[in-house]
Design a protein around this ligand. Sequence first.
Ligand code: NAD
Ligand code: UDP
Length: 311
Amino acid sequence: MKKRVLISGGAGFIGSHLADHFLSKDYDVIVVDNFITGKPENIQHLLGNKNFKLIRHDITKPVKFSKKIDYILHFASPASPIDYLKLPIQTLKVGALGTYICLGITMAHKARLLLASTSEVYGDPLVHPQPESYWGNVNPIGPRGVYDEAKRYAEAITIAYHKVHKVQTRIARIFNTYGERMRLNDGRVVPNFIYQALKNKPITVYGKGDQTRSFCYVQDLVKGLYALLLSDIDTPVNLGNPAEMTILDFAKTIKRLTSSRSRIIYMPLPADDPKVRQPDIRLAKKALKWEPGISLDEGLKRTINWFSRNI
Ligand code: NAD
Ligand code: UDP
């Protein structure tokens, strides 16, 4: 029997790649999205596909499905710091009420939920790299609190439903992911630097640029998410690329790959910006037999190509 998957936030960056992936594996795909940060262009190419359905809906409000749903991937949420700073209440609501609604659908359909959690549950981490056993260092009332605490709540309610109602749940702690279809103006470092470099405008490094991140190419992430969904691991699993670098080195990498004449300028570091971030992916390697396969240079070349065609 053909399986049906519901993707909340499926018109966003990662969600639209997930929709492509499931359609390529012959699933029926339903996307629920209110386009608060997503774009119709991300799923335009799927609209004629008989196995694809788009529902414009805010997932914090109840919704019913007559046909059996097998899997639910809850990806709806503003995800870039600029977006969630602009949309604090919507971010809290989609993490809390949105996850609650998705768990209700999961229960009603005896389905399985995969929650898109985040490395932000570790906050500004005091343990490095971050294993799943680390509880994190989050400022609940800081600017990032609306996102971090929404996701921490989402994890808590997901585990509670799993324990109390025996709902099948999976939790992915996703680390910085990049690739085609990121919004040019979403404010994250990848689109910012690529846009600035392609336009030969100054590349804006925040702080001294000595903070670190580890970037995962979206196709690698999608494979990890798929493996996690089909696995029997009901505790959180880190998914990301452990190749860590400073933001200053990242700026230089983008300059090199775009042959840009941009100069690097320094701007104030946003409040509570995590100083380091690197996933410990031993669990994913062992339990899912997954690890990223695309190097940063290769992933960035593909992403830069896409941005040059879409600017
Ligand atoms: P995105 O902003 O491109 O996609 C989010 C999608 O959710 C958008 O299409 C938006 O319109 C939709 N949405 C938001 N609120 C909604 C609501 N109430 N009802 C229906 N739709 C709603 O972001 P993304 O980078 O694709 O992130 C997707 C998910 O992955 C998010 O949950 C995010 O927290 C998580 N994540 C992403 C990253 C990353 O590096 N991109 C890292 C960690 C976690
Ligand atoms: N950053 C930067 N310049 C920019 C955008 C971001 O130096 O134009 C830095 C930001 O301060 C952070 C890192 O790049 O340290 C990653 O930022 P992003 O917004 O992509 O995601 P985060 O990992 O902070 O959630």
